[in-house]
Design a protein around this ligand. Sequence first.
Ligand SMILES: *Cc1c(COP(=O)(O)O)cnc(C)c1O
Length: 376
Amino acid sequence: MFSEKLNLLKGKNLLRRIHDRESPQGPRILLKGQEYLSFSSNDYLGLAGHPYIINTANESMSRYGFGAGASRLLSGGSILHHQLEEKIAQFKNTEAALVFNSGYAANTGIIPALADRDTVLFSDELNHASIIDGCRLSKAETVVYNHKDVMHLEECLKKKAATKKVIVTDTIFSMNGDIAPLREIVRLCRTYDAYLYIDDAHATGVIGKGKGALAHFDIDPEPWIIQMGTFSKALGSFGAFFAGSADIIAWTLNTARSFMYSTALPSCIIAASIAALELIENDPHIIKQLWTNRDKAAHGILAAGYDTMGSETPIIPVKTGSIENTLRIAKHLFEQGIFAPAIRPPAVKESRIRITVTAAHTDEDIERLIEALEKV
Ligand SMILES: *Cc1c(COP(=O)(O)O)cnc(C)c1O
């Protein structure tokens, strides 16, 4: 039965496979003994292999051991978990914060914990899969609005007379690399008395001097704004956080199933996240370099005649049309020693090559990418 299904996927060019890396994550990676220039990871600041992070993690491993042994409510948490939460609350200027094991676990845990039967969730159509699953797991009704379409969102808000409304959006969209119109969305929240839930997975460490989308738009962290973000992308570590009012955090700690029923992250991972936050606070140059590289790549790709689908960030999708053409271009790049993945349905509606630029790429790396794209 599954072999038939698999053949069907293969026939449609939708079968996926994993490339097993034999090196640290970074701008240059080893696959099957061969070096590739990678424009594929979300390690935007090049911190995944940073010596300070590795050393800090190593030291904490000697001190606290490796496995956490239980969920945090049982006995799995360490003092580092608490320190990281204090640091995040400070970083985000909120009353409190809570660490989750991953961004996926955060969205699928927090959204059902906050949205009950009397809630209506208003979700951007391009929100990340973990948000979609969080909405599905909740008892609330979900209304999907057109991507970044504030007028449509307002129509949807007008139509629903719910006691509790929550607008849910990615801040930087993971496949398009565009930014949600948060100022307008915040205005709607005030008019329609709605909460705002934002997913800063790709914004943390990237915009707002690394502090994320609220800082980028100069929006105060009001008590009705709930922010989640991850340590797994620009911060080069693993896990996620959730920042907001003390009440919302305490409620989530007591009700979010992905928090309550999952073993805590190892302390060394928490130590790595703390180290990454220290790095971006102490060295603003890393984020500047990311944006210099991003602008260089985006200009080059546009000048080569490609449509970058509204990208405003280091996520630069290159529109490639059919699945076949997308795979052809990805293969061509791969043969030139460049790893930039083909993204196909169901991850996106329109196939594309998703290019991500990092602070660790050199000018020559970016030039090589653009030359290869010009030749396709
Ligand atoms: C990657 C991502 C997540 C999931 O985070 P993980 O830590 O990888 O589980 C959630 N939301 C968005 C927008 C993401 O891009």
